[in-house]
Each structure stands twice: as C-alpha cells, then as structure tokens.
Ligand binder design. Structure first.
Ligand SMILES: [Zn+2]
Length: 215
C-alpha cells in the first residue's frame, strides 16, 4: 500500500498556530484531561454538515461534549443484530459508560441529507433508491417522517422534515433499553434542537415534539 500523502500545508500551518497558542496557553487543562479521562456532561448528535459548529455555538472546550455526527443527525432504532452500528455504539458508550446527563439531537436548516430524503421519497432522486446508495439506505430511517409531511404545502415540507429528523431520532433513542431506563430514572434528559444556519437561532422541541420554541 502506497496511498498516503503528507498533510496539506494549509492544515499544517493551522495546526502549528493552534499548538503555539491555544494548546500552549492551556497546557495544564489538556494534561488534566489526559490524566483524568473525559467526563462530558452532554452528548450531541448532529449532522456532518460543516456549517453546524456545535462547539462554537455553545462555547465549549475540549472535554465538554461527546459528539457524534452523521448524515442528517439520525439515530436508528435499537437493533441488537450483531451488525456494525456506529451511531448506536456512540449512544451506548455515552449513556452507559460516560453516563452523560443530557443527550441533545441537533438538526439544522438547509440540511442536504434531509433535502435528499425528500427528493428520494417524492420520486425525484432514483439514484438514492439504489441498494448501493449508502446515503439513500441511511435516509430510509426518515421515510416514515416523509409520510407525515408529504401533504403539507410544498415549501413547508423540507423544513417540517428537518424537524421530523430530530423527532425520529428522539423516538428511536427511546427504543434503546439503557436510554429509556436512564430517562425514566431521571438521570438523563433528551433535547431536540434545530439550528438555523443563516441567522444563528436555535429552536427546541417541547412536550411531545409537536411544538418548537426559540431558545
Ligand atoms: Zn445536514
């Protein structure tokens, strides 16, 4: 195998800047994190989208958030089938080993994954229907959500599907026995948010998730 290349120079420069400033000025904090291990209070599940800057939004330092990112911030239902489930593994570790007290699902506006799901389900993206489409099969998690929004006025369907993505994940989280137990014991709270990329606002789901209010 001879497939690897050195890191591009612009990243090397940025790394050197970080090491000389932020890391150097907080050396004791990083050492403590290394020696004592991580104790994040919250897990965040967000989209891979580069515009969703979770740590920046909450002003979070290293060690504060256990973050899992995937296409359209989706959590599949509990499926103990012996297969490889990256998202489920992250949830299991956060809840049972790290014992996070808050689990936040953060969706966002203009989500390409959600828009793709809408196109697929409405018959406009046949390539995503192929068995070989990883994105398509991943977005199957949100197909029931499409059924709930497809009769809305057209311009409201994708924004509603973004909220469905968050609430589908919340409902699926509760199918994991250890999540349900922790929520019922009062040691874990679940939160659903949508981050507006353009204006920076956050809205949160309340009650059964049919009402969304500004943070
Ligand atoms: Zn997205």
């Amino acid at each position: 195998m001879n497939d690897l290349s050195p890191l591009p120079q612009y990243l090397v420069k940025r790394y050197e800047g970080w090491k000389a400033t932020i890391h150097s000025e907080n050396h004791a904090w990083y050492r403590r994190l290394a020696e004592e291990g991580q104790r994040p209070r919250a897990m965040v599940i967000s989209c891979c989208d580069s515009r969703v800057h979770v740590t920046s939004i909450f002003g979070a330092d290293s060690g504060e958030f256990f973050i899992h990112r995937n296409i359209a911030n989706l959590v599949p239902a509990h499926a103990p089938d012996g297969q490889q489930h990256g998202t489920s593994a992250a949830v299991e570790y956060a809840v049972t080993a790290l014992k996070v007290t808050h689990l936040i699902v953060m969706g966002h506006t203009r989500c390409g994954g959600v828009a793709g799901c809408h196109a697929m389900c409405s018959g406009h993206a046949p390539e995503m229907d192929e068995a070989t489409s990883f994105v398509g099969r991943w977005m199957d998690i949100l197909r029931p959500g499409y059924e709930r929004v497809k009769d809305l006025p057209e311009d409201q369907q994708v924004p509603a599907l973004e909220r469905e993505a968050v609430m589908t994940s919340i409902r699926n989280l509760l199918t994991f026995p250890f999540v349900k137990e922790a929520v019922e014991a009062g040691t874990l709270t679940l939160h659903g948010l949508i981050h507006d990329i353009a204006d920076g606002t956050l809205v949160q789901a309340t009650g059964d998730g049919t009402r969304w209010t500004p943070v």
